[in-house]
Every structure is written in C-alpha cells, then in structure tokens.
Design a protein. Structure first.
Length: 715
C-alpha cells in the first residue's frame, strides 16, 4: 500500500513496528494500513493509563478504545493546535497562542480557556494547564446555567415557582443536575403538567352535574363511606330475604350458638376477625338494618360513617334502613362510580384540588420551560469548556497511547513500562516486570495458556484486605523448582504501593534453556529421592507394626484350654538366597553397564575423555533443550493481552534475550564484598575426598594397565 508519508519502522519482537516520532507521523497515522498496527483495541480499565482520557476517546462508551477512535482523537487534537509536534512533547499545559482559532470550534475553545483563567483569577496567564481544570466539574456545576437541561429549586428566586418545582420533584421524581442537586428536565416537566391537565379536565367534567356530585363537595366522602361497607350491607339484606323465603334459615344465617361458644374463650375486641365474619346484625325475615344499636361491633365504625355521610343527608336521621332505601342508595352512587372509573392517573393528586388549580392557572409551566430552554442554550459554551480539558488531556496523553497501541515501542525499547504492565512482582529471588491485571483467573488462564509463557497468577491484597486484585506475572528467566501454589511475594504497583501477593495458579511452560538442561537430572534425582523415601517409610511402618504386635502378644495372657500358637516357620535359607541372588544379578547388571561405560571412556585417549562425557550429557539433556528452545522461540504476548480484552494484531514474540530482560535474577551489587565464612554451615564430611582420591588412583592404575603411560620403544 502506497503512502504519501515517509514511514520509519523498527524491528522488535520478531515483527516490524511503526516508529512515531513527530506530529506529522501522528497526523499521517490514518494513512497507515491497520494491518501494520500492533493493537486494534484496548480496554479502558485495568491498564496504567488515565481513565478520564480513555473515556473521552471512547466515543461509543463500550469500555474499549478502537483504532478509529484513536485516529479521530488525533485528527481532532491536531486540528486545534497550530503545531502538531506539541502532541509529541506530552505536556500537561498549553499556551493560549498554540490554540488554532481559525475555526469556529477553535475560537470557542480559546474564549473558554480565557474565561476559565479569568474565573480563577489568572486573567493575564499565557497558558492553561490540567491543574487549572482540576475542578472543571465544580466550575461548570457552579454556573447559573450549565447546559445539562436540568433546573433545580435552588436556582429559582420566585417563591411560587420554586414551590411548584419542589412539588414536581416530590410527585414525579428527579434527575441530578451537574451541581448534584435534585432537579427536573423537560421530560419530567411535560409529564407532570400533562397529568395535571388531564386530571383537571376530568374534575371539570363533573362540575355542575347533580347526578354525579349529588352531595356537592361531600359526595366523595359519602362515596368512600358507602364503598367501605357496601358488600357487608348487601350481605345482610340478602340473608334477611332468605329468612323471609324460609323461616328455618333465620337461625343458621345469624350464626349458631356453637359459633359463639368457639369464640367465648377468646379475649374479644371489635377488631377480632371471627366477630367481623358474623352478619352485620341478627337475621330476621325482611328486617331493616339497625343503625343505632344492634350492629355487629366489628362494623359499628363503618355503619356510623355511612349514617353520617350518606344516610342523614339523603334520608334524614332515622334508627334503621329498609332494603328499598338501600337499593335507592346504591342506585344513587352509580353515576358517581361510572365517573370515577374514567379517572386518569395523576401523581399530583395528593396535592389537592386547590393546589393543582394554582399550578395550572399560575403560568408555571411556561416559566419552567423558559428556564430549561435557557439552560440548554448554553450547552455549546459548556461543551467548549469541556473541550478545553479534552484538548489538554489529548495533548498530554495521545503520543503515549499511540506508542502502546499502533506499536509497542514502550514495551520493546524498555525506556518506559507499557500501559499494560501493572507493576513488578518480587518472588523467589526474582523480579518480574511483565505483570498484567486479571479480573477472572480461570477465564484468563484458559486463553493465555496459548502464549507459551510461564504465568503465575497471584491474589494481591493490601490495607488488611480492604483492597484486592489479581495479577498474572510472567517468569521468563531462572527456573521453576521453587515456584508453587501458596508461595508468597510482594507486588509493587506503578504508584509504588506494596501488595501482599500469593500464587494461586500456575501455567507451566519452559522458562529457560538452562532449566531444560538440568531438568532430566533433577527429575531422576527427584524420582530416586521419592522412591527411597517410600522404601524407608514402608520399612519404618513395618517395623512399628511388628513391634506393636510383639508387645500385644507378650502382654496378652493365654486362656486355659487355648491351643498354643503355631510355631514360626524356620528361616528359609533357599528363599532368601534367591532374593539376594536376584538383587546381586540386578546390581551386577548395573555394575556391568557402568563398568562398560567407564572402561569405554577410559579406553579413549586422554583428550577424548572430556568430549565423551560432554557428549553423554548432551545426549541426555539435548532433547529437553531442543524442545524448550522451540517453545521459547514461540512465546507470544498476544494471548495474555487478548484474554484481557485487547485486540492484538501482531505476533508479539518474547524471545530468550528479551524475556531475560523482563525477569531479573538476584546478583550481588558490583563492588560488593562477600565473606565466605559461614559459622553455621554444615560440616563437610571427609569421606567424599577419600572416595575421589581412590577413584583417581584407580583411574591412573587402569590407564597404566592399558599402557597409556608406556613410552614407545626406541629404534
């Protein structure tokens, strides 16, 4: 793909990476084929980068920064600066003269920057910095109108209008203003006044209608009293009608004596449920409903309310109510009930009709709409204030982001830690610089296993467990002999804070060629050690069992009549001779192999012996070293980052030399003095020296017998 820009690339990690050195490189990045980018996406959390800047770049708010969003950020910032090279410097301040005001947006940003400095008492300042924008949210929130389209009661001077806003918030809920106060926006205001209008129209439909409001303003109270007891009164008159139909029904319909006996032992009150289930009054054929006395005490209060609110206004004061009068009363409420069924939902009903009429007729809706409109009118100016912060952040952070995105320059050059490097883990005499944050260890390990890196997953805590996180640390030098789940270390994050780290899971892969060379011998030594331990353990257990058995047999008296124990079988010389013969044959075979090997080596010329020994060791360790070499060549950073939500676009190799630089082993400082005298060192036995001397003498004798030391005969 051709490009009008002259690109420079550097090779690291086994692939070519673009080198960004100037503002022109940044602006031309849109022309570079994205197949040449190292990453195409990165998460906005879990990396060592300013979260606020990442959120500003992340236009779609999906918690990931994509390549096109990075390009958009570069184009926006580059278009507002007179010199794009300022982006390379990474400064957190910007001279006002560096802002390009040739565009309308540039003019607004420049004016906003000057306005911010003026409000901070720095009207004559020539530059603005992120430190000046530290309280930008408070600054914007402190404005009378901040462009968020939300108004709150605190910014309204008119007492009546302020009360209306408070009522709307109380009835319809609120949204938070940038100042943090509970306020209302256009949606809440429109919904509230729409409900009030519908409710007012519904109320007006009953005004002057004597069928609906037959008792005027008292109709609602009468209806409430009527509905509270309607079913119970209808039940009573139905029972009386059944008694008139059949006189035998009167007694059981009034409840039997047994029903009263069942509750007689209880502590009774008017609130008793059993009493409330009894009829409203005693049942007799065509008996009217008593209103003054003879009423079920559980319902006396409701009967009194019905009497005062409905019966007295319609029928006058009387001691009882006949069935025909009850039917007429029910008919009277039909129109009112039909009107009530069309009642619209209104969250402000609790404010009362009078207050709702004040709100509707006070012109408050128009006043609130005007305030919301004025707030929205300054949205452009407020955005310009935020754009000042955005430009300052891009000016400081974009260059660093690109060198950890389009290329991994920070990671491979070692000049600075990459943004995915969380800190350094100190464990097992090593420091590991390639440590990444992990949210789900199981999910991460499943994919990161393809990286070929030896990863130790650690749970890290600090402040007594108040702060927790998990990391994956790559061990790329040394060995894994003492790396195991449960080992503890210290993790230092990029802020220098220390965390207690504990290994909880390991992905086992080769770490170094040296480890692979010694691995066969270590495995053999471990196997022999385990077998010897098993043998010693079994012999000790057998001896203990025999001792316990002998002690029990000695201390147990023999009961009368018990036959004597069978005599122990005699020592079988033949059996043990066979065992010893087999052991002797095995040792003889091993000795024969060793003797043949030694004699073969001793049969060589003196200078060939070291080569033979080296070749033998190479024969043993060679396969493991070759396997490790191929695996170490294929180590790839990509799966480790992909498992964290990155989209790695290249095979970011971690070869042996580079891996060695990521994990540093412990060495004494240059020029340090060391005393070799250890007062607590184990005393070395003398016999190994005698064995070595005897071996050397035996070797010399063997060489003498082979004639190596004989001089050639002179002619």
């Amino acid at each position: 793909m051709t490009s009008s820009h002259a690109w420079h690339f550097f090779r690291a990690g086994g692939f070519d990476q673009v080198q960004i050195d100037s503002g022109a490189d940044l602006l031309a990045l849109k022309e570079l084929d994205q197949k040449l980018w190292v990453a195409l996406s990165c998460p906005t959390r879990g990396i060592e980068f300013d979260n606020r800047t990442l959120d500003l770049i992340d236009h779609d708010g999906d918690a990931h920064v994509h390549a096109n969003e990075v390009l958009s950020a570069i184009a926006w910032a580059g278009g507002l600066l007179k010199n794009a090279d300022l982006l390379v410097k990474g400064s957190d301040s910007l001279a006002l003269t560096d802002i390009d005001d040739s565009s309308e947006e540039g003019q607004q940003i420049l004016v906003s920057a000057q306005y911010i400095l003026k409000c901070l008492g720095k009207a004559d300042a020539a530059e603005i910095s992120l430190a000046d924008m530290a309280d930008v949210e408070k600054f914007v929130a402190g404005l009378e109108f901040n462009g968020d389209g939300v108004i709150h009661a605190g910014q309204i001077s008119d007492a009546g209008l302020r009360e209306t806003v408070e009522d709307i918030v109380k009835c319809r809920g609120s949204v938070a203003d940038l100042s943090g106060n509970a306020g209302l926006d256009q949606e809440i205001s429109d919904a509230f006044f729409a409900e009030v209008a519908a409710y007012s129209d519904w109320q007006a439909s009953a005004n002057g209608n004597t069928d609906i409001r037959f008792l005027g303003e008292k109709t609602q109270a009468a209806a409430d009293a009527f509905h509270a007891i309607r079913d119970k009164v209808s039940d009573y008159f139905t029972r009386c009608q059944l008694a008139a139909y059949d006189a035998r029904a009167a007694e059981p319909l009034s409840r039997s004596a047994e029903d009263y006996q069942n509750i007689a032992a209880q502590t009774l009150s008017a609130q008793n449920t059993d009493i409330a289930n009894f009829p409203l009054a005693t049942v007799e054929p065509d008996k009217p409903l008593p209103l003054i006395s003879g009423v079920n005490p559980a319902w006396q209060k409701q009967v009194d309310a019905l009497y005062e609110q409905a019966i007295v206004p319609l029928f006058g004061r009387k001691d009882s109510l006949f069935a025909a009068e009850w039917a007429a009363l029910c008919l009277k409420f039909e129109a009112f009930d039909a009107w009530q069924s069309t009642k619209p939902v209104c969250s402000a009903e609790a404010l009362g009709g009078k207050r709702l009429r004040e709100i509707s007729g006070g012109g408050h809706k128009q006043a609130i709409d005007n305030l919301i409109g004025r707030d929205k009118a300054v949205e452009t100016e407020v955005k310009a204030i935020r754009s000042v912060e955005k430009l300052l952040r891009y000016n400081r952070d974009l260059f660093n982001l690109v060198n950890n995105f389009a290329s991994f320059r920070s990671f491979y050059t070692g000049r600075d830690k990459a943004i995915f490097q969380l800190g350094t883990l100190y464990l097992d005499g090593r420091s590991c610089d390639l440590c990444v944050r992990v949210e789900d260890i199981g999910k991460h390990a499943e994919f990161a296993n393809m990286s070929g890196l030896y990863l130790a997953y650690c749970d890290c805590v600090r402040n007594g467990g108040a702060e927790k996180m998990s990391i994956a640390a790559a061990f790329t030098a040394g060995d894994s002999d003492f790396l195991m789940v449960g080992r503890n270390g210290i993790f230092y994050d990029r802020k220098g804070q220390d965390w207690d780290a504990t290994i909880v899971r390991i992905l086992d892969h080769p770490i170094s060629i040296r480890q692979a060379f010694w691995s066969p011998y270590k495995k053999l030594s471990k196997f022999i050690s385990e077998q010897l331990q098993k043998l010693a353990s079994s012999k000790a257990a057998a001896a203990d069992e025999k001792l316990i058995k002998a002690a029990v047999e000695t201390g147990t008296p023999i009961a009368a009549g018990t036959p004597p124990p069978p005599p122990k079988p005699p020592f079988d010389v033949g059996k043990f001779a066979g065992i010893f013969a087999a052991i002797g044959l095995a040792l003889g075979a091993i000795g024969g192999i060793l003797a043949s090997l030694v004699s073969g080596i001793l049969g060589l010329k003196f200078w060939q012996i070291p080569l033979a020994i080296f070749g033998l060791m190479l024969l043993i360790s060679g396969p493991a070293m070759i396997m490790a070499w191929f695996k170490l060549k294929k180590r790839n950073l990509g799966p480790v980052l992909d498992a964290n939500g990155w989209a790695i676009n290249a095979r970011a190799r971690i070869n042996i030399p580079f891996g060695t630089s990521l994990t540093k082993l412990a060495y004494l400082p240059q020029g340090a003095r060391r005393s070799m005298t250890d007062p607590f060192a184990d005393k070395k036995p003398v016999w190994p020296y005698y064995v070595v001397i005897a071996g050397i003498m035996g070797a010399l004798i063997g060489l003498w017998y082979m004639g190596i030391f004989e001089t050639a005969p002179t002619k």
